[in-house]
Write a protein that binds this ligand. Structure first.
Ligand SMILES: [Zn+2]
Ligand SMILES: [Zn+2]
Length: 478
């Protein structure tokens, strides 16, 4: 038996200001499958920034309600699909399978772009009802699978740098591949850990849990995808809301992430989707390197160093933001691991260990999993033990000499530049593909030292690019 619900109406540019529109409907008792399709006028046919028309995203909340932070989230596909279905045992990627509890559900529209004064829409909700099902066969939707927190990497006792990627997408949002295809690719390129961060959903976690049985260690992530900026959250145990429609709500999301022990990192903050919430505080990291090093990463680098120069300790991370791997058509030039975010972990490689390393700033970034590799350490007390890694803070006496030791593995001829609050404090051009060296700097007040490896990719006229960069080693009288 099929029960048909038709939701018709219109949205206006005022709706785009409040961003989200809710269309309640009644889920009948005995529902075994719900299938939703939607249509609206003058849909954009290309990138919404450059093409005329309207763009309406879609998702759904179940009987548990649609309230901010605590809604009964059941799925989101943004603008990637024209419809979806949910059953108890399966669902369209991006949506959470489980029981279809009777009562009020809500379609959510995200008004991404409304150009016309009035945009009419129609939503078809078709529900298959099993007449034999006990009525009100309710129950909580099955929680999506959690990736097991497994020891996937051997420890060498003293700790080492592990390669990974913190940002990528699958068919569970707007990516081209299944989770299986992406994880197989990350194995091929030798990643030790990998976070899949589909937009606004966690339906990909089931596959991560199934595949998390070796290298790479798979990490549960979600990219909070707001109309005023994107942010990755890692280490969640359940879905986190994405409806940060103003800075006050975004601040609540940051606080919510912290309360759950997860990490919040603002993504590609200057372009292509700028971060529009300068007043929000308390997030741990900034993605200064999104996709291959390009012009739009330079302002992100400046944004990060402005935080450092103001005395704030902020962690720089990279993210491939990969949306495709073979055999899918390659619509972007890089895959997972490009760039590669290296984390320093002692002991077993677990999700918690990776996230603790990120939170501590024990991180450097290189353009590929093969490098360049840059291990920077510091010795503050002159005992010959280089105890400090990037992210660490040294307590030093005023005017003390701090000694730095660098191990570089990468192309020769590249420029290793060291920066602090005073600007450029040291520079070395790598004379060989393996170059170990030390230098000293006098500590003056609270400061830091970080390293950037630059050179040309292609012709010099195209300008130089960053091949690798480290987080800072801080010092001061703390
Ligand atoms: Zn993004
Ligand atoms: Zn992304």
């Amino acid at each position: 038996m099929r029960h048909k619900i038709r939701l018709e109406g219109f949205v206006t540019p005022q709706d785009a200001e409040t961003q989200y529109v809710y269309l309640p409907f009644e889920m009948p008792a005995g529902a075994r499958r719900v299938e939703v399709s939607y249509f609206y006028e003058n849909q954009v046919t290309g990138a919404q920034e450059t093409h005329p028309g309207n763009n309406i995203d879609i998702g759904v909340f179940d009987v548990r309600g649609a309230q901010f932070l605590r809604g009964g989230f059941r799925g989101w596909s943004g603008g990637a699909r024209n419809g979806f279905f949910i059953e108890r045992e399966t669902a369209t990627p991006g949506y959470l399978r489980g029981p279809l509890q009777p009562g009020e559900w809500n379609i959510i529209f995200g008004c991404s772009k409304i150009s016309d004064p009035v945009v009419r829409y129609r939503v078809n909700v078709d529900v298959d009802i099993d007449p034999l099902a006990a009525d009100g066969a309710a129950g909580e939707p099955r929680a999506p699978g959690m990736p097991r927190i497994a020891a996937a990497g051997a420890s060498n006792g003293g700790g080492r740098w592990y390669r990974g990627d913190l940002h990528a997408h699958s068919e569970h949002s707007d990516g081209a591949n299944t989770v299986d295809e992406i994880v197989a690719y990350t194995r091929q390129v030798g990643l030790d850990y990998f976070a899949l961060t589909d937009h606004n959903t966690i339906s990909h976690w089931d596959d991560l849990a199934r595949l998390n049985d070796g290298a790479p260690l798979l990490i549960a992530g979600e990219e909070i995808t707001m109309y005023g900026g994107h942010a990755n959250v890692w280490g969640l145990e359940d879905w986190i809301d994405f409806r940060g429609s103003d800075s006050e709500k975004v601040q609540q999301l940051v606080t919510d992430a912290q309360r759950r022990g997860s990490l919040f990192s603002i993504n590609h903050p200057d372009s292509p989707i700028p971060w529009l919430h300068p007043a929000v505080r308390g997030y741990e990291a900034i993605e200064v390197w999104n996709a291959p090093w390009r012009w739009f990463n330079e302002p992100a680098l400046l944004r990060w160093t402005a935080h450092l120069d103001s005395g704030e300790r902020m962690v720089a991370v990279g993210g491939s933001d990969s949306h495709c791997v073979p055999p899918a058509k390659m619509t972007q030039p890089n895959g997972p691991g490009e760039p590669c975010t290296w984390v320093y972990v002692e002991g077993p490689l677990t999700q918690r260990a990776v996230l603790d390393a990120v939170a501590s700033g024990h991180v450097f970034i290189s353009e590929e999993p093969t490098g360049p590799y840059i291990d920077m350490r510091a010795d503050a007390d002159g005992d010959g033990v280089f105890e400090a890694l990037p992210g660490d803070a040294l307590a030093v006496a005023p005017d003390a000499l701090v000694r730095y030791r660098i191990k570089y593995r990468g192309p020769d001829g590249k420029h290793l530049r060291f920066f602090g609050k005073r600007g450029l404090v040291h520079e070395v051009t790598a004379p060989a593909e393996e170059h170990d060296f030390e230098f000293e700097l006098r500590a003056e007040g609270d400061d830091y030292v970080r390293c950037e490896v630059r050179g040309f990719r292609g012709s010099p006229e195209r300008g130089d690019v960053v091949h690798a960069l480290t987080n800072p080693i801080y010092w001061g009288a703390w």
